[in-house]
Ligand binder design. Sequence first.
Ligand code: AMP
Ligand code: MG
Length: 329
Amino acid sequence: MQTEILKIDQNSIEKAVSLLLNSSVVAIPTETVYGLGAVGTDSVAVKKIFEVKGRPSDNPLIAHVHKNYDLNKLAEIKHDYVYKLIEKFMPGPLTLVLDSKGVVCKEAVCGGSTIAIRMPKHDGCQQLLAKIDMPIVAPSANVSKHTSPVKAIHVFNDLNGKIPLILDGGKSQGGIESTVLDVTEKVPRILRAGLITKEMITSVCGACEIAEHKEGDRVKSPGVKYRHYRPKCDAVLFENDQTLEVIEHYEKALKEGKRPYIMCQSQFEQIFNDKNLLLLGDTPEEIASNLYDKLLEGEKVADVIIAVAMPNENGVFAGVMNRLRKSCG
Ligand code: AMP
Ligand code: MG
């Protein structure tokens, strides 16, 4: 199969819609990462997503809808705070887990009773969703366990020959996947950290819990138990105050004839000044936005990426550290 990359516009959106309506999968830009979409009611198409990615069959997909879509068509909204969250954060990088009404096929929700729903903020993506006016289920558009794509070329590098079309909507500005929030109970609970933070949710709902995923637990959000986001080279993670250990590890790699790169906040540039660097930026939002892009740049040039942890896990850093731990094992 030939994989085409087209800039997202009226023509390419029409092409994508017609492919989707014919049970194809299409890669689409969103403001978090690129998604691999299929019509959510079409089980033939949805099965293709799992095949193309090599995704474990017990990891459910997020349904993406346009900003005027009535969520009540897909799910039961039981608690008033959910409407406040929708008002404040949607469209945006927030995914709500709700009790499903069974409209989206069972393959997409992996036979579960809940459904995860999001309204992406990306303009082109919104236009496509409005045009098709159906839920498009989509995981990230990468081979399972590899680093998530934030540019059309990243999708191409993973899925060339396996899908017909990639819509190019520029670099995903958010850079990490959406916050997944279980809103089926009285208090909202974060299943996966992201750009909509615990602090932001608490300010709207008055409370917010974080799900603990412990070894051996029956996991509520299956995706979190898998190894994830790995670049193709080795990657190790050091604490924020371990700059000496980072340099030692770097020198050791050099001696072994390897090409090491240090991935860190830009403020470390002075300390590591004569070394190969992958600089992530300064603010938490900037760092989230650059994280996957730098990992994917790194895997092309490095044998080992030596990553430096964030100074804390507050706000957006919670999501960044969650991804860093999984990608740099
Ligand atoms: P991905 O699309 O690969 O970024 O992963 C989507 C994330 O949402 C995974 O962590 C899934 O486990 C989670 N998810 C999707 N649907 C549900 C659901 N119905 N209940 C709980 N978590 C879900
Ligand atoms: Mg993914």
